[in-house]
Design a protein. Structure first.
Lengths: 103, 103
């Protein structure tokens, strides 16, 4: 993976492996990517807090990795997941973070 | 849209509106987003060249916007598209840039 283009980070697109919905986009540094692969749960680097966070660590709505793919120039990762807990990924209680139409 | 978190850019996830495949991820600045909305064709900001580029401007494989959605914290855009030309989005000739499994 090429972490250099974005100061040590790559965008991570989270897609529901069952429905193909795009659920959220986060950022991973090398450690977050390694943690995601090792544990099987999507883990990100928080740009605002400067720390790793595993999605759902408090809510229980973890994202279990089904498959991971990298893009052709290796600067983005696509994580296909199975949603645990109540299945709502967004902190607003929606299934996906992308619920607002850009009109 | 919040362009501040990423030095004037937001990630733009490109998803096939018919198949729900994630095809590529690019970056948009405010001008690229405005151009995308005005023309109806996905247009990005090239971080390496420092210029706008409309996907398919030379290959003909343009991405016609079907719907655009923003995420809950307004720092990422999801662009649902119809693929024009031969329908291959990746410069390697694949349908999607995400063809390589991360093993």
């Amino acid at each position: 993976m090429d972490f250099e283009k974005l100061n040590g980070l790559v965008p991570a697109v989270i897609q529901d492996d069952a429905t193909n919905e795009v659920l959220m986009v986060g950022f991973m540094n090398a450690e977050a990517l390694e943690t995601t692969r090792r544990t099987g749960y999507a883990t990100f680097f928080s740009r605002t807090r400067g720390t790793l966070w595993t999605k759902g660590e408090t809510s229980g709505n973890r994202l279990a990795v089904a498959r991971m793919l990298v893009d052709c120039d290796q600067d983005t990762v696509l994580v296909r997941v199975r949603c645990l807990g109540d299945g709502n990924v967004c902190h607003t209680g929606q299934r996906t973070c992308f619920f607002e139409e850009l009109s």
